[in-house]
Design a protein around this ligand. Sequence first.
Ligand SMILES: CC(=O)[C@@H](O)[C@H](O)COP(=O)(O)O
Length: 257
Amino acid sequence: MRLYDVELTSRFWLGTAGYPSPQLLLDAVQAARPGLITCSLRRQGQGGNDFWGFLQALGTPLLPNTAGCRTVDEAVNLAFMARELFATNWLKLEITGDDYNLQPDPFALVDATRELSREGFQVFPYMTNDLVLAKKLLDAGAQVLMPWGAPIGSGQGLSDLNGLKALRQRLPKVPMVIDAGIGRPSHACQTMELGFDAVLANTAVAKAARPAAMAGAMARAVDAGRAAFLAGPISARELAQASTPVVGTPFWHQEPQ
Ligand SMILES: CC(=O)[C@@H](O)[C@H](O)COP(=O)(O)O
């Protein structure tokens, strides 16, 4: 898939926070071969340059994020730091508006997206699944959107299926990556079957009993869901319909002998 003129090799993206050890993170990356990995400058700063160097050495495209920021100014300052550290204009913009469910602040997101886009950043805003917010973020300069599946770390999967379907249907050409709340490979597969462009997961992999095995399963689920979407799945029906409606007609368009 191509985003902001960069080709990514996988539609599964992996967060790098909270693994039991660097080795298990490395194993997860090798098992999943994600299209990109994220890096939280604020939250993962304790390891400092060592950790950031470790991530860069993985050789996977890196998407720095502003997790932990609560204001436009904080996020913008961190964005400039990320650009300097990682030599990239890509930025996953996170601005928390509510501490209970870590819900993004829609107003601050729009303001920060406008300011950062003006400064040449290529912004990936982490947002709720609100259609009007999506349009305003696009107007502000974002070309990719990252609606939540459910609150970060909850593992609930797609908690507002109708809202997400509406978002996909109303903005069919906008690249959209479902970020947060993915708990299982089935959630990732369902996301892709709905026609979303990619999936980002962190907690479900980092906190799994075997992170590398889960990372691999997630990546395969994303591939399967994408293949199913492209294959044109049938619509669910309320009533039964015999698979072979007429005796002796193996193909539906064949005239009975
Ligand atoms: C990794 C990242 O960038 C975050 O947005 C978040 O941590 C992802 O959510 P989950 O941890 O629920 O997958």
